[in-house]
Design a protein around this ligand. Structure first.
Ligand SMILES: [Zn+2]
Length: 233
């Protein structure tokens, strides 16, 4: 009975959505930056140091993100583990140093991180691991003052074709379902994971715009930065 009354109270409160984009700067970052600006909504980007150094164009995309008040820039490591996650996290001090390098080389001010290839949460007194290695690295980051965030649900699109198994409508419903049933990590808060390279093509960019439009039409939904996670009452 108590649980029911808590849920009824939660339902009346505002809901908080966190649009998060991983692996930038990449082709696609410029479009994300423009779409967030046009729609006037906040976005959180988890960046890779090595990508920012790959070309003048990508350095430019990093700078656009850093200059945009609707975007907060966070740490997603320097090398992205070179795609070898198990090996990377087996030496936590090497992994930790990789994050420090990314923080310094991109000039990131906020101490917020997401681990490549891992859905691990470590912030305040919350600790949620995903059953694979990486927990020690997350612990070292947390100890150093970082908040480490995972995600509640993911939207996947093929960056080369703009096609997806999961339509805009399905993604909207997945978010709504998490909020309605309170099955995310934290009630009334949903973290959506996307990737910068999903939005290279105009077709995919229109889908991102359409998703934001449908979320904005809901009177209770607000967009937040990960630094404000979780919104409590
Ligand atoms: Zn990644």
């Amino acid at each position: 009975m108590l649980k029911d009354s808590i849920y009824r109270e939660l339902k009346k409160k505002p809901k908080h959505i966190y649009l998060t984009f991983d692996d930038g700067p990449l082709l696609g970052s410029q479009a994300i930056d423009s779409i967030l600006t046009t729609k006037g909504v906040k976005g959180s980007v988890f960046l890779i140091g090595r990508h920012a150094k790959m070309s003048k164009k990508l350095t430019g995309y990093l700078n656009r993100y850093l200059d945009n008040p609707l975007v907060e820039c966070y740490n997603h490591s320097y090398t992205h583990a070179n795609g070898k996650y198990q090996t990377f996290y087996s030496d936590p001090s090497v992994a930790f140093t990789d994050f420090v390098k990314a923080q310094e080389e991109m000039g990131l001010k906020l101490k917020v991180a997401r681990l490549p290839g891992r859905n691990i949460w470590m912030f305040d007194d919350v600790k949620r691991l995903d059953g694979r290695n990486g927990g020690t690295t997350a612990g070292m980051l947390h100890e150093d003052g970082f908040k480490v965030f995972g995600w509640d649900t993911e939207w996947r699109l093929n960056g080369k074709t703009g096609e997806s198994d999961q339509s805009v409508e399905q993604t909207y419903k997945a978010i709504k379902n998490l909020l309605d049933k309170n099955i995310g990590l934290y009630p009334n808060n949903v973290v959506l994971l996307m990737h910068d390279d999903m939005f290279q093509l105009p077709k995919a960019q229109r889908k991102l715009g359409a998703l934001i439009d449908s979320l904005q039409r809901h009177p209770d939904y607000n967009f937040e930065f990960m630094t404000d996670y979780p919104k409590k009452y």
